[in-house]
Design a protein around this ligand. Structure first.
Ligand code: BV8
Length: 243
């Protein structure tokens, strides 16, 4: 049962900001970082693969891990949680969706104002120049090389130990500081600086709602906790608030 106070605040909200993590894509069949990596990748820890050093040490391995995830994504589709967020956006004057995910499923579900804090699996950039490259010669070399400078190509995602795109982070922080209602959906809240956004919202008096089957460091501070899958709770919020 969605709390009445949450529905009332949502209907009256001028601005709603949402932070999502891997959990919002779990019901699309995309394993979260908490889930043990499956199959071929089960012997690797994502945090050991998603770093510049891992790429320097073994560019082929890291490139193939992302190619595997990109390939997996072609068979996945947005789930009711993604669609519910796209629906909420239609009812709120100012709606900002800040995601840690790199799967592009929010955009595929129809969300329009999406801030990607950690990049996007569908984009590739030059490791040396940092320029996004959309076409390159397939010579069979893995990773492929930058057509401009010959450097190695890499996924356009933010690795551990790398800075987030400044414009995305600043926009996400501003959105946390100015919203009336903040949803934290499907994130374990372990990775900084994204994990600080809900607390920035709390500091300025926003209603903070956590949607997660499990406890997180945010749970004890959240105004409301919807304990369960986002694919169930978020459609329930939409139905209760707007019928
Ligand atoms: C930075 C892209 C400044 C790549 C990702 C020491 C040295 C260097 C850095 C650090 C350090 N100590 C700390 C840091 C900072 C570090 C960090 O936070 N580390 C943590 C691990 C301690 N952060 C960084 O490095 C960031 N950059 O700080 O720059 C700097 C620069 C140099 C030196 C120092 C500092 C960059 C972080 C970005 C990393 N890139 N992704 C890729 O995807 O391959 S992070 C990646 O992991 C995701 O994007 C996501 O952010 C994170 C996983 O978190 P979640 O999304 O929350 O997923 P998780 O699996 O953890 O949880 C899922 C949740 O869903 C669970 O709670 C589960 O219960 C729930 N769930 C499950 N099913 C459902 C559900 N919820 C709802 N419905 C369901 N059905």
């Amino acid at each position: 049962m969605v709390p009445d106070k949450l529905i009332h605040s949502l209907r009256a909200a001028r601005q709603v900001t949402v932070l999502t993590g891997a959990g919002v894509s779990a019901e699309s069949g995309i394993p979260t970082f908490r889930d043990a990596l499956t199959g071929l990748w089960s012997q690797y820890n994502p945090q050991e693969l998603a770093t510049p050093d891992a790429f320097r040490r073994n560019p082929r391995l890291v490139w193939e891990w992302y190619a595997f995830r990109r390939q997996m994504l072609t068979e996945k589709t947005p789930n009711p949680g993604h669609f519910a967020l796209a629906e909420i956006e239609k009812h709120i004057p100012e709606f900002i969706l800040v995601t840690q995910n790199i799967d592009g499923l929010h955009q595929r579900a129809g969300s329009r104002n999406v801030i990607e804090l950690h990049g996007n699996l569908g984009r590739v950039k030059c490791f040396d120049e940092n320029t996004v490259i959309s076409q390159w010669a397939e010579t069979g070399e893995v990773p492929p090389r930058c057509p401009r400078c010959g450097g190695l190509l890499r996924p356009d995602v933010v690795w551990f130990g790398e800075y987030l795109p400044a414009d995305a982070l600043e926009a996400g922080q501003a959105a946390a500081r100015s919203c009336n209602v903040f949803f934290s959906v499907g994130t374990s809240g372990m990775v900084q600086p994204a994990a600080s956004l809900p607390f920035m919202a709390l500091e300025q008096g926003a209603m903070v709602v956590e949607v997660n089957p499990d406890e997180t460091p945010l749970s004890r501070w959240a105004t409301h906790t919807l304990r369960g899958p986002s694919g169930v709770w978020l459609p329930d919020v939409v139905k209760t608030a707007w019928g």
